[in-house]
Design a protein around this ligand. Structure first.
Ligand code: ATP
Length: 332
């Protein structure tokens, strides 16, 4: 079965060939049909450009893009069976919700009764059946977001692209919409490709994710793989709040003389533990405490659950960790 989306050495460079901005640089990528795939990375790392390459709003300067096995590198956006939900939703303010959703079908020439029936179906899917006559300005942010989703889904795309679709929402609504998006994707079985710079969002929603850095994919895998076994310091730093340990410190903890990562929540107090240092800070987080330990000149964070004993600030403390917690990275 062909992948829903495949990149073969795809590049998108901007500016003069003598000094190009390598927005996307020789990226290989394969997104399985039915996946909820996240593209995660800092600002400017190439996520949006990748999404625009899939939608066809951007053309590759090199390489090949396939959608369900068909080379679409030179296919215009409207012939790709792909739809995008933008961060600002891009709804038409003068049209009511029903017309906004039915718009794509009108462009395709579908009769009014039929397209309204389809629009109502889509509005029911996103729990907005009672809102068809309202204008976008009369809706909350979360409701507008769902209209944008309905408007994209009405075209029955095989791949739905979402560019930071929850970026404009407050935290509570964002979390509610994360659950809704996830369940909608599971019910419809459409391939979702989701751009975010929020690691929690990517880890909790995606079945598979790519971490972008500087126009390249630093790592690709399941959230659990990327979180627990970051390949590089960049990934360890960006995904989660890992301690990144230099070779000497890794070695003193019983590892090889290589860079390693150690998750703060994998540490626990243990008088015989290998990690020793001075407690320089202690912060209450709600669900636990964050302890900063200074060890061999490095700050190491540990997160201890509420209710467990805490070391005193300024004291010497020792920590231990489980057998798989110290992850050695490939990087030199
Ligand atoms: P953000 O999270 O801020 O949206 P991003 O990871 O989506 O960032 P892109 O928008 O893909 O990043 O941009 C990648 C790089 O390419 C950036 O350095 C950006 O300035 C550059 N870039 C993007 N579009 C253009 C363009 N049309 N012309 C020149 N440079 C561009």
């Amino acid at each position: 079965m062909p992948a829903a989306v495949e990149f073969r050495k795809v590049s998108r460079h901007f500016g003069p060939a003598s000094a190009p901005v390598k927005a996307v640089d020789a990226v290989d990528l394969s997104i399985a049909e039915g996946a909820f795939f996240a593209m995660l990375g800092p600002s400017g790392s190439g996520k949006t450009t990748c999404l625009r390459l899939i939608s066809g709003f951007e053309s590759p300067t090199a390489g090949e893009i396939c959608i369900f096995g068909e080379n679409v590198s030179n296919t215009p956006p409207h012939l790709r069976n792909v739809n995008t939900v933008f961060q600002d939703y891009a709804l038409f303010p003068h049209m009511n919700v029903r017309d906004n959703v039915a718009y794509g079908l009108m462009v395709k020439g579908m009769a009014k009764a039929q397209r309204y029936a389809r629009a109502e179906e889509m509005l029911a899917l996103v729990h907005l059946d009672a809102y068809g006559s309202r204008k976008p300005g009369q809706l909350s942010g979360g409701q507008r977001q769902r209209v944008a989703l309905a408007r994209a889904l009405v075209n029955e795309p095989k791949v739905l692209l979402l560019d930071e679709p929850l970026g404009a929402l407050d935290l509570k609504l964002r979390e509610a919409m994360q659950d809704e998006l996830k369940s909608l994707q599971q019910r419809l079985g459409i391939t979702f490709v989701f751009v975010t710079h929020d690691q929690h969002e990517a880890l909790s929603m995606a079945d598979s994710l790519a971490v972008f850095n500087d126009g390249k994919i630093a790592q690709i895998g399941t959230p659990a793989e990327v979180y627990a076994r970051p390949k590089t310091r960049f990934v360890a730093d960006f995904v989660g709040s890992s301690n990144v340990l230099p070779p000497a410190l890794t070695q003193s903890l019983g590892g090889p003389a290589k860079w390693s990562s150690l998750r703060p929540e994998s540490l626990h107090l243990d008088a015989a533990g290998p990690l020793q240092g001075t407690v320089t800070a202690l912060r209450y987080l709600g669900a636990g405490h964050r302890i900063t330990l200074s060890s061999q000149g490095h700050d190491i964070a540990a997160i201890l659950p509420t209710g467990t004993p805490l070391p005193d600030p300024g004291s010497e403390a020792r920590f231990a960790f489980g057998p798989d917690a110290l992850h050695i990275m490939d990087e030199a």
